[in-house]
Write a protein that binds this ligand. Sequence first.
Ligand SMILES: [Zn+2]
Length: 150
Amino acid sequence: MAEPVGKLTYVCPHCGQKLSFMEGTVVKMVGRLHADTFSCRTMFYIPSRLGQYGGIVGEGVRIKEGAFVEFECINGQCRRNFTTTYDQNLAEIKMIDEVGNEFVVIFNKIYGKKATFLVDLKQKRLVEQFGEDAESYSREFNDLINFFGC
Ligand SMILES: [Zn+2]
């Protein structure tokens, strides 16, 4: 089973836009927040190291735990939502390692929830999971993974 090698680059799974910034240490995405009476979008800067949580959001925005965030591509021509087709609570982006192996990183869209999964794109296998909330997903995840790439 392949493990990611060397420097990792995150990209949009739809248009290939590079989402890694600051020498690969952060992943930049558009985050859209919805409430009953308004909706707003801001930039999210999330640590690129898997299993590391927290993040920085655009100025003037404060997000509380439990907020539901729609993540989108930063490319204005693309703007695709990263929500998975199989679970509204999860989003996925592509990750490419230094030798060209492709992975999918799947993460929770609920702010403060810690669940991340690393999937080998070619083998469609779960490589590793991260975060204290990942366990609650892992049982259904084996079923979900069968849908991936369909
Ligand atoms: Zn894109």
